[in-house]
Design a protein around this ligand. Structure first.
Ligand code: 4HQ
Length: 264
């Protein structure tokens, strides 16, 4: 995967390329990264990249000519690539969009500043408009980093075998199971017994059940927007039976019985 970023602040990306998995992926040539300064494609002594909006109003708009020049230069460097404009008007970014983008040879990400880019650029030069969420940033640079980060880790060979992308949250539509490491007891709380049992079948089962219950408790929207496997249905039904048992036994003792013994 070849990433090209178009920005008037290319230095913002320096630390991004220099750490962790992204750095390793660049060194191993699993991905390539290039930042082009939009200002280098602007004409005139002052190399101006913005101008006042037609029709008046506050703020500035990114001029189309420097952007078009930068996009053409980026296309020359990576011919088989898609252009992405980071904008709050775009399709909301998620793991499915990341997977779709990871299938391309190259991505040209355009990080605007000011009030946005001239509409004619959006029409003629942009394949995807993407938003990283419903909030307003001061520029598209952080949004581009979010997209690059999520896409890069899906490229084969970018993650080590120990941190496989397919075992992660969202890859199966569920959030991650709980994680524990040493010490075995921390501030009076023990690691669940099953995880130190050495029984790998039981551990897998426990992990699957906890990611399902955590998704149910924290992110019901994820379960509602997805079909359930027969295994998941079995687990959910078992919980229903367990909950019914609790309700039924509680009913026999009466509503306010054993209040003093309640555990909070
Ligand atoms: N922007 N997701 C760039 C965003 C944004 C977002 C605001 C994009 C400012 C110039 N980008 N303009 N949300 O807030 O991608």
């Amino acid at each position: 995967m070849n990433f090209v970023v178009l920005t008037i602040f290319p230095e913002m990306f320096n630390p991004f390329w220099e750490f962790g998995i992204i750095r390793r992926a660049l060194l191993r040539k699993k991905i390539s990264a290039l930042t082009l300064n939009i200002r280098d494609f602007a004409k005139g002594k002052h190399r101006i990249t913005d101008d006042r909006p037609y029709g008046g109003g506050c703020g500035m708009v990114m001029k189309p000519e420097p952007l078009a020049g930068a996009i053409r230069a980026a296309k020359k460097k990576v011919p088989e690539s898609k252009t992405i404009l980071l904008t709050p008007q775009g399709r909301t970014f998620n793991q499915n969009v990341a997977r779709e983008l990871a299938s391309f040879d190259g991505l040209i990400l355009i990080s605007g500043r000011y009030e946005g880019v001239d509409e004619r650029i959006c029409h003629d030069y942009i394949d995807y408009e993407i938003s990283i969420g419903d909030y307003v940033l001061t520029g598209g640079e952080l949004a581009a980093m979010v997209v690059i980060d999520a896409v890069a880790r899906l490229i084969p060979g970018v993650l080590g075998s120990s941190d496989s992308a397919e075992k992660d949250s969202f890859s199966c539509g569920l959030i991650e199971h709980a994680q524990f490491t040493r010490p075995r007891t921390f501030e009076g709380e023990d690691v669940p017994e099953v995880l130190v049992s050495g029984n790998h079948g039981e551990i897998e089962k426990w992990r699957f059940e906890t990611s399902l219950i955590r998704t149910f408790l924290k992110r019901q929207d994820l379960l509602k927007n997805r079909s359930l496997s027969s295994q998941e249905i079995e687990i959910l039904k078992k919980w229903c039976r367990d909950i019914e048992k609790i309700i039924n036994s509680g009913g026999k003792r009466g509503r306010f019985s054993k209040v003093s013994n309640n555990h909070h």
